[in-house]
Design a protein around this ligand. Structure first.
Ligand SMILES: Cc1cc2nc3c(=O)[nH]c(=O)nc-3n(C[C@H](O)[C@H](O)[C@H](O)COP(=O)(O)O)c2cc1C
Length: 208
């Protein structure tokens, strides 16, 4: 039975488009009262959520319009997350690995386990028709990594996905900057930090 207060992304996806709940609009009070650290001292159910899949292209607005490039996971790789979590913004660790076809090698600094923020939902500001899971790894990559396998471990929820009316894109950009800061501070706690060496991630150091 779907939780009537916090339906999962999958519950919402199964509804006809016209009866999906609309995302809350971001208010000034929300902006002014955002906490700098979120979640309990130790990750709690349903976290950690383990994800992996080959990186797909999105619409490309993340890098161009928002200064925040995102890597999309294929639909079938989203289920471990969408079946247990409501749409929203989440934090954890991510890692890009060598290409699935093996012909494009990324430098050592690009294949490390790194902090990430993730958006699960329908991007209400852009009114996407499809549910997506988009991951922004907090790192300056030397090149694109479409087609490469990405692994991620989601450890906590930051906020719901919001719609932006009054200050539009500027408000979204500001919130994403805050999300990144909140993610870094929340991950700095010892019980979160230890997941950076979880066996879900590949140990590239042994092969280099
Ligand atoms: C940390 C983070 C938070 C986001 N929060 C929202 C949000 O509250 N509302 C929204 O409509 N989209 C949100 N997005 C999604 C962006 O709109 C989306 O990543 C962007 O449009 C890029 O998608 P594209 O590469 O498919 O063009 C968020 C993305 C990230 C990485």
């Amino acid at each position: 039975m779907p939780d009537p207060v916090h339906p999962t992304a999958e519950d919402i996806q199964s509804l006809p488009e016209s009866s999906r709940p609309s995302a809350p609009v971001r208010t000034d009070t929300f902006r002014k009262t955002r906490p700098e650290i979120v979640g309990p001292e130790t990750p709690q159910q349903p976290f950690p959520v383990y994800l992996s899949g080959a990186v797909q292209r999105g619409f490309g607005r993340g890098g161009k319009d928002l200064g925040c490039p995102t890597a999309n996971l294929p639909d079938e790789s989203i289920t471990p997350m969408s079946s247990v979590c409501e749409p929203g913004v989440y934090y954890g660790y991510g890692q890009v690995s060598t290409a699935t076809n093996g012909d494009h090698k990324l430098p050592e600094e690009d294949v490390k386990v790194l902090p990430m923020v993730m958006s699960l939902g329908w991007n209400p500001f852009y009114k996407n028709e499809r549910l997506t899971a988009e991951i922004h790894i907090m790192h300056d990559f030397t090149s694109d990594f479409y087609g490469h396998e990405m692994r991620a471990l989601v450890l906590g929820h930051i906020r719901p996905e919001l719609d932006y009316t009054s200050r539009g894109q500027e408000g979204l950009i500001e919130d994403i900057e805050t999300d990144k800061r909140v993610a870094l501070k929340s991950l700095a706690r010892p019980d979160y930090q230890k997941f950076a060496s979880d066996p879900h991630f590949l140990d590239h150091t042994s092969k280099l």
